[in-house]
Design a protein around this ligand. Structure first.
Ligand SMILES: *Cc1c(COP(=O)(O)O)cnc(C)c1O
Length: 427
């Protein structure tokens, strides 16, 4: 890879040298005036793989051909369908196969995990979370505090950036954990913050939580399929993620869940039970007493949403080819190029007061997303980009989020974004 230059030829050379460039042709791009859009919204809804239709069609055909017998006779039998996602999912998040399961939706899985792993006592009841966490995560945490009889302001300990800053400092997170000490029941953070794009040091945070006797879980909505994860080695207690963002499994796609091996065979942990979490050997004997399956599987509730899982299989099969390490390598270059181009535009035009990237520039503290504060005319600039066929997203009050993803974005996409952004800014 050449040093970065804000030129078309530099971008095209980087694309020519990109070992992952062939993956772009395996996705369907929305059109703008008959041409493919430049799509930077993989952090919100990833694009559709070209072969997803075939995966769904296989299940529709099996249903037509076998009816109820498809549970066992379909090529990918529905009864054990989640098994077809186990290995790829485990590799994606750095887990043992038994530690992951695909089920439900993200917020549902978060509730299931909080039910099992937020077990407050009269003295140990606090939850550390991000003050600017995604609203659904906050509501989930608040509702569990209420269920256990705590006022939310007593139980919930928000992490806030220092004044004048946008991101959390790692040492401040650790300090907050140490200060809560034996009152701390749970640390629950996003792996990558959805607003700022900040990536947390999940290993160190988990260690710190365990040192004071607390549990530690992560919402990986913006981390799964974006950064390299090693949940088993990091000793994370639980994690949840959705599949429609970086994982390209389609709107409302079925979500993922990780439960560390330490807990997977501990049947004394309270949980909300459903028949699909019962040991599969006896599930259809309709036993009176629920006997959880070992591992993350024991938290399943309902039989599997096959169509949604077919979409996820289509996507996971693509992810699994290059693997996260290679994807992340390209991702760092691609986002670095975006950062370089934005900085170049700012400096060339003296725009320091109009535009600021709030995502950390340290690659250890970010994934692919850049969050850009546009404190003047931000919405207008976002509209201008959209009108030119460049899809980004706007978060009130003042942030444009840009997510160049390594599977289907190119260096030329990033270059073209810079061109149009500069047009919009320098009027
Ligand atoms: C996208 C996202 C959600 C959405 O939750 P669903 O249950 O999938 O609707 C929740 N939390 C975070 C951090 C997210 O980024």
């Amino acid at each position: 890879m050449l040093p970065y230059h804000n030129t078309l030829i530099n971008a095209q050379t980087a694309d020519a040298e990109d070992p992952l460039k062939q993956y772009r042709s395996r996705f369907l791009f929305p059109k703008h005036n008959g041409k493919d859009c430049i799509y930077f919204c993989g952090n919100s809804l990833g694009l559709q793989p070209t072969h997803t239709k075939d995966y769904i069609k296989e299940e529709l055909d099996a249903w037509a051909q076998y009816g109820v017998e498809g549970h066992f006779k379909a090529k990918h039998a529905w009864f054990p369908y989640h098994e077809f996602l186990r290995e790829t999912t485990a590799r994606l998040v750095g887990a043992l196969p038994s530690e992951v399961v695909v089920m439900n939706q993200l917020t549902v899985n978060l509730h299931l995990m909080l039910t099992s792993f937020y077990r407050p006592t009269g003295t140990r009841f606090k939850i550390i979370y991000e003050d600017d966490a995604f609203p659904s995560d906050k509501y989930a945490l608040q509702s569990h505090a209420y269920i256990h009889g705590f006022e939310k302001d007593d139980a919930l300990v928000p992490l806030r950036p220092r004044s004048g800053e946008y991101c959390l400092r790692h040492e401040d997170i650790i300090k907050a954990i140490e200060e809560c000490d034996d009152q701390l029941a749970l640390v629950m953070l996003g792996g990558v913050n959805y607003y700022t794009g900040q990536l947390f040091d999940m290993r160190e945070i988990t260690l710190a939580a365990h040192r004071v006797g607390a549990r530690c879980g992560f919402d990986l909505a913006h981390a799964a399929g974006n950064v390299v994860l090693d949940l088993h080695k990091w000793n994370v207690d639980f994690a949840v993620w959705c599949s429609y963002k970086y994982l390209n499994a389609g709107p409302g796609g079925v979500a993922g869940c990780f439960v560390h091996q330490h807990h997977g065979a501990d049947f004394s942990i309270p949980r909300l039970a459903g028949w699909w979490g019962n040991n599969p050997d006896t599930r259809f004997e309709m036993p009176e007493q629920f006997v959880p399956a070992e591992g993350a599987d024991g938290w399943q509730l309902s039989n599997a949403p096959i169509m949604s899982m077919a979409c996820l299989r289509a996507s996971m099969d693509i992810f699994d080819e290059p693997g996260m390490v290679a994807l992340r390598q390209k991702s760092k270059l691609l986002t670095g190029f975006a950062e370089f181009i934005i900085d170049d535009i700012v400096q060339k035009n003296g725009l320091q007061n109009k535009l600021k990237i709030i995502t950390p520039s340290d690659t250890k503290q970010r994934g692919c997303q850049l969050s850009i504060i546009l404190n003047k005319d931000g919405k207008k600039i976002h509209r201008h980009l959209t009108e030119q066929g460049i899809i980004t997203d706007w978060r009130e009050p003042e942030v444009l989020r840009l997510a160049p993803v390594p599977l289907y974005n190119s260096f030329e996409d990033v270059y073209q974004f810079g061109k149009v952004l500069e047009q919009a800014l320098v009027v």
